[in-house]
Design a protein around this ligand. Structure first.
Ligand code: TR5
Length: 144
């Protein structure tokens, strides 16, 4: 059974990778993130798809043969999905549709997974909403 501390972390993370991920998780400060520099192209990324509202690029630390992040260009308060409000419904739908376009472009339409880590308890490390699109290998269930 998992011991959960007051921040919601699983206290007995079973392996080093999970521990490292948990240690990298941070709280939502609402400040700028590394994704601002990726959107402005100050920091280069390997872009899979781009339109006026969203950007999709390869994760720098891939957890599967295909691991792409889909983000809104305008954060508009969406540091995490838990902060979503009615005005965000359209962009949320668009992000989901673009995830499907990315899956098609990457050739993983027959088997892919979307992940959104929300808050420290889910090991979120970058506070700019992003969908992880994962595939290219057999995905396991339950996820860690
Ligand atoms: O942990 P969460 O769900 O918040 O996901 C954040 C993701 O951003 C992780 O999978 C990281 O590997 C990824 N990440 C972090 C950086 C980064 C990146 N993906 C592409 N390029 C990146 N740069 C240039 N810098 C990062 N710090």
């Amino acid at each position: 059974e998992l011991a959960v501390d007051h921040t919601g972390f699983a206290a007995n993370a079973q392996n080093e990778e999970a521990s490292a991920k948990a240690a990298a998780a941070t709280a939502d400060s609402g400040g700028p993130t590394i994704f601002d520099k990726i959107i402005s192209k100050e920091i280069p990324s390997n872009i899979v798809y781009e339109d006026e509202k969203v950007l999709a690029f390869h994760d720098v630390n891939p957890q599967a043969p295909v691991h792409v992040l889909v983000i809104p260009k305008l954060r508009d308060g969406l540091t995490q999905l838990g902060k979503a409000e009615p005005r965000h419904a359209e962009i949320l739908g668009h992000l989901l549709y673009v995830a499907r376009l990315v899956a098609e472009k990457e050739g993983i339409l027959d088997g892919f997974r979307l992940v959104i880590n929300n808050g420290p308890g889910a090991c979120q490390s970058v506070y700019h909403l992003h969908l992880h699109v994962l595939g290219g290998r057999q995905m396991k269930w339950p996820p860690g």
